[in-house]
Write a protein that binds this ligand. Structure first.
Ligand SMILES: NC(=O)c1ccc[n+]([C@@H]2O[C@H](COP(=O)([O-])OP(=O)(O)OC[C@H]3O[C@@H](n4cnc5c(N)ncnc54)[C@H](OP(=O)(O)O)[C@@H]3O)[C@@H](O)[C@H]2O)c1
Length: 301
């Protein structure tokens, strides 16, 4: 079964219902030769996963370039893939002694133009502000968003790790609809269900992208008693469906009406393939709540 697209009706744009994340590209045990990266891109495309999630800082600012070099070598891929990237985090180094955020218009422009160069594409489908900057000026951000869209460099802007009030502040000022709020979400981190993040996405008819869907791999090596119990529950349900734990986990995300878009972090093509089969194992409402209950260590009130 091919991974379907999910529509963003107000943006007249769609992305694949599973997105492939580039954060850990440089950690691949098989290395990051162009051939290896191409293999993962092709694995994704063959499964219908056509959207790739980058950030300027991934791999110490090198992963965009590693990916872009493959695109340069295989330019036909440009028309097949959708690119999301992020900006705004400044890591400490020679230039800056202190880790900080920078959402000034100069920095957003600088970062977007650098991503275009490194990724070797002529436009970016979506750019997200990576983290809420306590010094962000929504008027300045909205202005540079508008300008970069007019210049044809970016098609859509969104945010990541924003609280509902931070999202609303920027949304109120920005004339266009923000594309998404990309947030951490998995059974060990369920806050977005209850803090208004997913409610807000439903209200605006946008889809939250969710990062670290396997809790950074903790689903496969649970530590605490509650994590172990959660994984036992996933295994129990997987056994009933005749599938694997990762497939039940990814299926769990699909039940939410906001249309959550998990970002896959595995470097293993076989695991990408396995994740893509999650659509064959829809969960009942009771199964969904049974995972939530054990993950939170309490039943709903
Ligand atoms: N916006 C943000 O602030 C933010 C923050 C973090 C991440 N992200 C995005 O979200 C993406 C995904 O995050 P993530 O990398 O933390 O995802 P993740 O899937 O939660 O974690 C990936 C880790 O889990 C392991 N893993 C995944 N599937 C597995 C399986 N079936 N069996 C055993 N181990 C498995 C992987 O190892 P193997 O490679 O060996 O399979 C890898 O070490 C990133 O690439 C990035 O694009 C965004």
């Amino acid at each position: 079964m091919m991974v379907p697209q999910i529509e963003f009706p107000k943006h007249k744009f769609s992305i694949s219902r599973l997105v492939y994340g580039i954060w850990r590209l440089h950690e691949d045990k098989e290395g990051n030769s162009p051939e290896r990266i191409l293999k993962k891109i092709e694995t994704c495309l063959n499964l219908g996963i056509d959207t790739f999630d980058h950030a300027d800082i991934y791999g110490d600012f090198e992963n965009e370039e590693l990916f872009g070099n493959v695109i340069k070598k295989h330019p036909h891929l440009k028309d097949k893939i959708k690119i999301i990237t992020k900006c705004g985090i400044q890591v400490p180094g020679n230039k800056f002694p202190t880790k900080h955020y920078n959402t000034t218009k100069e920095h957003i422009r600088y970062s977007v133009e650098r991503s275009l160069r490194k990724l070797q594409v002529d436009h970016l489908d979506v750019v997200l502000i990576h983290r809420p900057d306590p010094l962000m000026d929504p008027y300045e951000i909205a202005e540079i968003f508008e300008t970069l869209i007019k210049e044809g460099k970016v098609n859509h802007f969104g945010v990541s790790n924003f609280s509902p009030s931070q999202f609303q502040m920027l949304q109120t000022v920005y004339q266009k609809l923000l594309f998404t709020n990309q947030v951490e979400f998995h059974p060990f981190h369920t806050e977005s269900l209850f803090d208004g993040t997913f409610d807000q996405a439903l209200e605006h008819k946008i889809h939250p992208m969710i990062w670290s869907p396997t809790g950074g791999g903790r689903i496969f090596s649970p530590k605490s008693e509650r994590e172990v119990a959660t994984v036992s529950k996933l295994k129990e349900i997987a056994k009933e469906h005749g599938c694997s734990v990762d497939q039940i986990l990814y299926s769990w995300f699909l039940n939410h009406p906001a249309g959550l878009v998990p970002i896959l972090g595995t470097n293993d093509p076989g695991r990408i393939q396995s994740a893509a089969e999650c659509f064959s194992y829809p969960l009942t409402r009771v199964e969904w709540f049974s995972i939530l209950e054990v993950a939170r260590g309490k039943e709903v009130a």
